[in-house]
Design a binder for this molecule. Structure first.
Ligand SMILES: NC(=O)c1ccc[n+]([C@@H]2O[C@H](COP(=O)([O-])OP(=O)(O)OC[C@H]3O[C@@H](n4cnc5c(N)ncnc54)[C@H](OP(=O)(O)O)[C@@H]3O)[C@@H](O)[C@H]2O)c1
Ligand SMILES: *[C@@H]1O[C@H](CO)[C@@H](O)[C@H](O)[C@H]1NC(C)=O
Length: 363
C-alpha cells in the first residue's frame, strides 16, 4: 500500500448502544497512525464534540460522554461536520428521525455509514432524496451492516452488478431470530418442542425483541429485502413504499395482533401451537422443513418474505445453527450452483465490524 497522503477521516458517532459501544472500542483500538479521528459521540441525551479529535480511550469514552453537559443537537451537526476536511456521520441508532437527516449530511459533503435500516428501506421519497443529495455533495453512503450484519452481502451484490453479472434470484434466511426459532422448531425428526415454547426461550435468551411480535411480523426481513432490491438497478423503483410494498407473511396470529405486552403475547401464544404443529407435520410428510425466508426474484419481479418448505437435504435445512443467516445468490455466472454466504447475522462484534469495513472503504 502507498503511504497515506490524506488527512484522517473525522468520525461522528450517534448511538452508543450495543453496536455503537463496540464500534467505538474497535475504532479506538486500531494501530496508530489510525486513518480515523473521532470528533463526536452522541446519545439521545448526551453529546461531546471536538473538531480536533476527542481525547478518549476505550476505558474513558463512556465517562467522558456521561459527564458532558452539552445538549445533543443533531440538526446542527451537518454544518459542524461540513467545515472539517473529510467527515463521516455514523448512525448506530434505529431511529427514523436520525435516518431522515441523511440527505442533510450528504448534501453538505459528509459521508453516511450505518447499520440502521430505516432510511434505505422506507419511502421512495427519502431514498430518492438520499440518492440526489449524495450526487449534489459528492459524498457516499454505505450500508453493508443493514443486511446480514457483518456478512459481506451488500458489497457482494454491488460487485456482481457493477461487474456485469445478471442477478436472477436472491434467497435467504435474513433474520437471526427467525433462523433460531425455525432451526429449533422445524427439524426432520418428530417430537420437538412446541412453537410457543421455542419463542419463549428465544425471548428469555435475548434473541427476540422485547415483544416477539416485532420479529414474527416479518417486517425486519421485508426491510432487508427492500435494501437488496433497491441495490439492483432494474428493481430500484419497484417498491414505492419501501418495505411495506414487500409481500410479507406475518406469523403473528390475528387474535394477538393488538396484544401490546411482550409477556402477555408469549403467555397466549400456546393457543396457536396446533396451527404451527400442523404446518410442521405437512412439511415433514413431504420430507421438508419450514424456514422463514426472504426472496428477491428478479426474473419474476417478485419480492417476498414468507414461510417456505425446503427439502431436508437443502442447505437451509442442513447447515444452519443458532441464529445464523444464510444468503444464496443465483446469477448468470453463479449458475447452476449459487454463491452462498453464511454465518452469524447479528451481534455487536460482527455488526460493528460491518460498519468498520464501510469506514475503511472511505479512509
Ligand atoms: N445488535 C445487532 O446485532 C444488530 C445487527 C444488525 C443491525 N443492527 C442495527 O444497529 C442499530 C443499533 O442497534 P443496537 O443493538 O446497538 O441498539 P441499542 O443498543 O438500542 O442502541 C441504540 C443507541 O441509539 C441511541 N439513540 C436512539 N435514538 C436516538 C436519537 N434520536 N438521537 C440520538 N441517539 C439515539 C440510544 O441512545 P439513548 O440510550 O440515549 O436512547 C442508544 O445509544 C439498529 O439500527 C439495529 O437495527 C443491530
Ligand atoms: C447500499 O450502498 C451501496 C453502496 O455501497 C449502494 O450502491 C446501494 O444503492 C445502497 N442501497 C441502498 C438500498 O441504500
Amino acid at each position: 500500500m502507498s503511504p497515506r497522503s490524506q488527512a484522517p477521516l473525522s468520525v461522528a458517532i450517534v448511538g452508543t448502544g450495543l453496536v455503537g459501544a463496540e464500534l467505538i472500542s474497535q475504532l479506538l483500538s486500531l494501530p496508530s497512525p489510525s486513518p480515523f479521528k473521532l470528533v463526536s459521540l452522541s446519545t439521545s441525551t448526551k453529546t461531546v464534540f471536538a473538531p480536533e479529535g476527542l481525547k478518549i480511550t476505550p476505558q474513558t469514552w463512556l465517562s467522558t460522554l456521561k459527564s458532558s453537559s452539552e445538549q445533543p443537537d443533531l440538526l446542527a451537526l451537518p454544518d459542524k461536520l461540513s467545515v472539517l476536511e473529510r467527515a463521516v456521520f455514523v448512525d448506530n441508532t434505529a431511529s427514523q428521525d436520525v435516518a431522515n437527516l441523511y440527505p442533510e449530511f450528504l448534501k453538505k459533503g459528509v459521508h453516511v455509514v450505518t447499520p440502521n435500516k430505516k432510511a434505505f428501506s422506507g419511502s421512495q421519497k427519502l431514498y430518492d432524496d438520499i440518492l440526489k443529495a449524495s450526487k449534489e455533495g459528492s459524498a457516499r453512503w454505505l450500508n453493508e451492516s443493514t443486511v446480514g450484519a457483518g456478512l459481506p452481502v451488500v458489497q457482494t451484490l454491488k460487485d456482481m452488478v457493477a461487474s456485469g453479472d445478471k442477478i436472477k434470484k436472491i434467497e435467504g434466511v435474513f433474520s437471526g431470530t427467525m433462523s433460531y426459532i425455525f432451526n429449533e422448531f422445524s427439524t426432520a425428526n418428530p417430537g420437538g418442542p412446541a412453537f410457543s415454547s421455542v419463542v419463549r426461550i428465544a425471548r428469555e435468551k435475548g434473541y427476540t425483541e422485547p415483544h416477539p411480535g416485532d420479529d414474527l411480523n416479518g417486517a425486519d426481513v421485508a426491510r432487508k429485502l427492500a435494501i437488496l432490491a433497491r441495490s439492483i438497478p432494474s428493481l430500484q423503483s419497484a417498491l414505492p413504499e419501501g418495505y411495506t410494498s414487500v409481500s410479507t407473511r406475518s406469523l403473528v396470529p390475528d387474535a394477538l395482533a393488538s396484544v401490546s405486552s411482550g409477556t402477555d403475547f408469549v403467555d397466549r401464544l400456546p393457543e396457536f401451537d396446533t396451527e404451527f404443529e400442523k404446518l410442521q407435520r405437512q412439511a415433514r410428510e413431504e420430507g421438508a422443513v419450514l424456514r422463514f425466508v426472504g426472496v428477491v426474484d428478479v426474473e419474476k419481479g417478485v419480492v417476498k418474505a414468507d414461510l417456505e418448505k425446503y427439502p431436508t437435504s437443502h442447505p437451509f435445512a442442513t447447515s444452519l445453527g443458532g441464529s445464523d443467516n444464510i444468503i444464496m445468490f443465483h446469477t448468470e455466472r453463479y449458475s447452476p450452483r449459487p454463491l452462498i454466504i453464511q454465518g452469524a447475522g447479528a451481534g455487536a462484534a460482527v455488526t460493528a465490524m460491518g460498519v468498520m469495513s464501510d469506514l475503511l472503504k472511505l479512509a
